[in-house]
Write a protein that binds this ligand. Structure first.
Ligand code: IDP
Ligand code: MG
Length: 143
């Protein structure tokens, strides 16, 4: 049985300013069976980011995170495919770029815990919630 899913991926402002859009999008495209079904360069406003990162409100890193995430354009994407939620998290790597596995996007290019290049939804519930924030008009998945 196939488990076709959709996830939200953000290439954060550090990825865009460092010229890594092509590299990161290329990795997603090369993963067999995954498809990018929405993609846009967008500067994220604080209200959108407050919704997106609601679970982190009040944490010490929250305000600097919103500052960083609104500092320049991001690439906002919807990616579809077999177990893509789990797979995109693996491709992104651990949150802390220094500890992230070599071969992962954060492990290969990330510079810190905060500036870690990429966001990928962490569960089906998060993916549905986050896609609704960034792409409220996507058609529902077949099946
Ligand atoms: P995730 O992006 O791997 O799911 P979360 O724990 O959900 O990680 O944190 C959201 C984002 O907040 C991280 O990707 C990173 O940019 C930032 N962040 C998380 N923890 C810290 C921290 O301890 N210091 C600074 N920034 C952090
Ligand atoms: Mg998270």
């Amino acid at each position: 049985m196939t488990e076709r899913q959709r996830t939200l991926v953000l290439l954060k402002p550090d990825a865009v300013s460092r010229g890594l859009i092509g590299e990161i999008v290329g990795r997603v495209e090369r993963k067999a069976g995954w498809r990018i079904t929405a993609l846009e360069l967008r500067t994220l406003d604080r209200e959108t980011l407050r919704q997106h990162y609601a679970e982190h409100a009040g944490r010490p890193f929250y305000e600097p995170l919103l500052e960083f995430m609104s500092s320049g354009p991001s690439v906002v994407m919807a990616v579809e495919g077999e177990r893509v939620i789990e797979g995109m998290r693996a491709l992104a790597g651990a949150t802390d770029s220094i500890a992230a596995a070599p071969g992962s996007i954060r492990g290969d290019y990330g510079t810190s815990v905060r500036e870690n290049l990429i966001h990928a939804s962490d569960s089906e519930k998060s993916a549905a919630r986050e896609l609704e924030i960034f792409f409220p008009n996507l058609p529902s998945l077949p099946g």
